[in-house]
Design a protein around this ligand. Structure first.
Ligand code: ADP
Length: 478
C-alpha cells in the first residue's frame, strides 16, 4: 500500500509534542510492514538546523491562496537509518520562523494561511512527483484540510480517484479555529461553510473539517476515543464525533524502543535492564540528584515529572501538593518542562523555598528527560485529559512507577497496583491519597514495589503493534 502521511512536525526535524514522536516512528513502522510511505511536512526553520542532510528536489510548486499565488519548493530528507522519504514544503514567508505556531504565547496571525498553503502544496506535490497514493493520512488541525481537498477538489483527478483518507486527532483541544473570512483562502466554496461541514460556532474549524471529510478518524488511545464523545472531554466537538462514531477508532501510540531503552540509553550514568536494575538504578538516582543539586539520599523518595507546563497536565495540582510532601516526608522532586508562565513562576518559587527538595528546570532537554525517567522512583502525570501520553510508557519501561489520573491513554496503559498508581478525580485530595499509597509501598513494602517495577519493565509498546492496526484500518477503507 502507498501511504502519504502529512504532519506539521516530526522529531528530530521539528517538535512541540507527542505528534512529532508519532510522525517519526509510525511511518517507519509501516514501512517495516512492507508498505511504501512518504511523509510531508512544512520546512520550518528548525528543520534546517536538525543536523540531518536535506536535498533540494528543484521542484517548484504553485499554490493558489485566495486571489494570489504562492510558490513553494520541495526538499527531501531521511531520518537517521530510515528509508522513508520526508518531503519538506519550503516557503520561507510562512515557515522560516523561530517557533512553529506561536510566539510568546500568541498564535501567529496567519496560521490559517500557512496551513492552507501547506495542505494545498501537499496535493500539488503529489501531482508534481507523480506519486501513487492509496491512503492519505492527515494529523491534527494543521492538516485537517487534506481530506476536504481530496473530496471536494482533487478527487476527480485520476491520480486521486481511489485515494482513501484517515484523519488522526492527537489532541482535540487544539482545533485550528479561524475567523470565517479565512474560508476564502482555502479555495473551497462558501456552500461548504455550514454546520455539517467546515463551520463551527461561526468560525472556520480545520480539525472539524478533517473529522467531517475523512473516510476514517482515529485518535491515539481507545479510552480517549470514547471520552471525546462526551461533553466533559469533547471540547465542544463531542456532537460531531458522536455523529461520526462508526468511523472513529482509538489506536494506542507506540514508543520508540530505540530511543527509550534503559539498557542502551547513552544519557544514563548506569544503563540497566530488568536483570540488574536494582544495582544500577540507584546510581542513576544519585547521578540525577547530583546534576540537579539535590542531596544524594537514596532513602528519600524522588518524584520526577517531564512535560509541557499546560493546564492539561495538572501542574496546579502538583504545585498545591508539593509543600505537604516536602515538609512532612522530605520527598524530592525533579521537574522539567516549559510552558505557561504562571506555572513556571510557581515552580520557580517552590524551588527557591525548598532548595533541598525541589529542582526545577524550565527548558527543553531530551537528555535530562531520559535521566529523570531513569533516576526517579516515581513519575507524576496527573493530567486532566491525556489523549495518549508517552511519558507514562517511558517511565514504566525504565522501571519508574507512574502516578497517573484515570483518563485517556493513561487509563489504557497503567495498571493500578500492578505497574503504577491510578487515581480518579482531578483533586488535590485524590492526588495526595494516591501519592501516599505509592510512598507507603516505597517505604514499607519494597518487595511489592520491586514486583511492580519488574511488571512495568516487561510491558511492550513497540510501534509494530500500532502500525498493524493502522494497516488493518487502511485496508478496511480502501
Ligand atoms: P504532549 O504531546 O501532550 O506534549 P506526550 O506525553 O504525548 O505529551 O509527549 C510529550 C513528549 O515531549 C515526550 O516525549 C516528552 O518526554 C517530551 N517533552 C515534553 N516537554 C519536554 C521538556 N521540557 N524536555 C524534554 N522533553 C520534553
Amino acid at each position: 500500500m502507498n501511504v502519504l502521511f502529512a504532519t506539521s512536525e516530526a522529531v528530530p526535524f521539528a517538535k512541540t509534542g507527542g505528534l512529532a514522536d508519532v510522525s517519526a516512528s509510525l511511518p517507519q513502522a509501516l514501512a517495516e510492514l512492507g508498505h511504501t510511505v512518504s511523509v510531508f511536512m512544512p520546512a520550518h526553520r528548525c528543520v534546517f538546523h536538525s543536523g540531518l542532510p536535506l536535498t533540494n528536489r528543484e521542484i517548484d510548486i504553485s499554490v493558489p491562496i485566495g486571489n494570489k499565488t504562492m510558490f513553494g519548493t520541495l526538499w527531501e530528507g531521511r531520518l537517521p537509518g530510515g528509508d522513508v522519504p520526508y518531503y519538506f514544503i519550503r516557503q520561507d514567508r510562512y515557515f522560516d520562523r523561530e517557533t512553529l505556531y506561536s510566539r510568546q504565547g500568541e498564535d501567529y496571525a496567519d496560521n490559517c494561511e500557512r496551513f492552507v498553503f501547506f495542505c494545498r502544496a501537499v496535493m500539488e506535490s503529489v501531482e508534481r512527483l507523480q506519486m501513487k497514493v492509496d491512503v492519505l493520512h492527515s494529523n491534527d488541525w494543521q492538516t485537517g484540510l487534506l481530506p476536504a481537498y481530496l473530496k471536494l477538489m482533487y478527487g476527480s483527478r485520476p491520480r486521486f480517484h481511489d485515494v482513501a483518507s484517515v484523519h488522526t486527532i492527537h489532541n482535540l483541544a487544539y482545533q485550528g479555529a479561524f475567523w470565517h473570512w479565512d474560508m476564502v483562502l482555502t479555495g473551497i466554496g462558501w456552500e461548504h461553510f455550514n454546520y455539517d461541514e467546515m463551520e463551527f460556532y461561526g468560525k472556520l474549524n480545520l480539525l472539524k473539517t478533517g473529522v467531517v471529510y475523512a473516510d476514517a478518524i482515529t485518535t491515539v488511545s481507545p479510552h480517549y476515543a470514547q471520552e471525546i464523545q462526551t461533553e466533559e472531554y469533547g471540547c465542544g466537538m463531542d456532537g460531531v464525533l458522536r455523529f461520526r462514531k462508526e468511523k472513529l477508532r482509538g489506536i494506542l501510540n507506540g514508543i520508540s524502543t530505540e530511543h527509550w531503552d534503559p539498557a542502551t540509553d547513552p544519557f544514563l550514568a548506569a544503563p540497566y535492564d530488568i536483570g540488574n536494575i536494582f544495582e544500577q538504578k540507584p546510581r542513576c538516582k544519585a547521578d540525577l540528584q547530583r546534576e540537579t543539586g539535590l542531596p544524594e539520599r537514596s532513602d528519600l523518595a524522588l518524584v520526577g515529572m517531564v512535560g509541557r507546563l499546560a493546564c492539561q497536565k495538572g501542574l496546579d495540582l502538583v504545585c498545591d501538593t508539593i509543600p505537604t510532601w516536602v515538609e512532612n516526608h522530605g520527598v524530592q522532586y525533579v521537574i522539567l518542562g516549559t510552558g505557561d508562565p504562571v506555572t513556571e513562576m510557581r515552580l520557580r518559587k517552590l524551588a527557591e523555598t525548598y532548595p533541598q527538595n525541589v529542582a526545577v528546570r524550565l527548558e527543553f532537554s531530551d537528555s535530562l528527560a531520559h535521566r529523570i525517567e531513569a533516576g526517579a522512583d516515581l513519575f507524576l502525570m496527573p493530567s486532566r485529559y491525556e489523549p495518549c501520553g508517552l511519558n507514562q510508557m517511558y517511565s514504566q519501561i525504565y522501571g519508574t512507577l507512574p502516578i497517573v489520573r484515570n483518563t485517556g491513554g493513561l487509563a489504557d496503559t497503567v495498571l493500578d497496583g500492578e505497574t503504577g498508581f491510578v487515581f480518579e478525580n482531578d483533586s488535590v485530595h485524590d492526588l495526595n491519597t494516591t501519592i501516599w499509597r505509592a510512598l507507603q509501598c516505597f517505604w514499607e513494602d519494597r518487595d511489592d514495589f520491586n514486583r511492580m517495577i519488574r511488571n512495568a519493565m516487561r510491558r511492550d509498546w513497540s510501534w509494530k503493534r500500532s502500525a498493524e492496526q493502522y494497516v488493518a484500518l487502511y485496508e478496511e477503507i480502501r
